[in-house]
Design a binder for this molecule. Sequence first.
Ligand code: SF4
Length: 336
Amino acid sequence: MEREKIELCCPAGNLPSLKAAIDNGADVVYLGFRNATNARNFEGLNFSNKDITSGIEYAHRKGKKVFVALNTFPQFEDAKIWFKSVDTVVDMGADAAIIANMGVLKYASDTYPDLRLHLSVQASSSSVESLSFYRDHFNIKRAVLPRVLNVEEIKEIKEEMGDFEIEVFGYGGLCINICGRCYLSSYITGVSCNTGGVCSPSSAVSFENEGDELKVSLGSVVLNKYSAGEVTSYPTSCKGRYYYNGNELGYPIEEPASLSVLDILPQIIGSGADSLKVEGRQRTRSYVATITGIMREAIDRYYDDPDSYYVDEKWLAETATAMEGMKTTYGPYMEK
Ligand code: SF4
């Protein structure tokens, strides 16, 4: 029997981006509320309830789906906000809720046995034992795997987990720490990286021109100084250019580069993964449109004739300006 195509799951930080993703070939759009339940809780980003409802209608009219991410960890005093958000996801008719916290998963699975639940990457579940625990206790149908596994490990997990769906990242920013467990930015900003917009809360990011240089800071820490014409990268503390080893200037933690599986799409599909996720709910509508269109073309090309799959030069040219540091990496999937 012919295997179904891998699903293309794309990000949206607002309604125009959702429409751009759907119109350019996404099978699914994932998004979040404008509150602390959303790991991308940035100012000026995200959906009102009215916009989510319109987005779901738009997607369903075109035969596509919408997943809502409630992927942060409630604090003692405010857990009800997460439970209420689960109720809202159900009322809106979204196709799945993406959740990380066990308390929220328990509420969702007990209260709404028919609600499709996915385990967020923020739960950092990367072994058969851990995934089985979530599946068996909360009836999870799918997990988004953290970007720490190689292709062979993903394949082993999929083989062991059978019908349980696996979603992997295919394009976008890389995180070198365990997702949901990184506190680098909190040390600098004092803002929770759980509920305050993850690793670069927009209120703490600043850009200043200093002569010919552009100085980018997070709180009081200077992340980088770019000379004229130099490509800037996403302002996170892990990708800062610092002095280290005495007086050496470089990237001691992580060099800016975007994850891209375009070159290794056959291997990623061969791992048995069910869904390919594009990172970037904080990115622009134009980014979402471009990357979605390219990933759609790549997936379709592969399934049309797997043996003659190739990466189009045009894709590389179109994604060049979207790449962090103008570079791509396979991340942990395999050696480049
Ligand atoms: S600061 Fe860097 S390592 Fe930490 S969560 Fe953000 S992207 Fe990941």
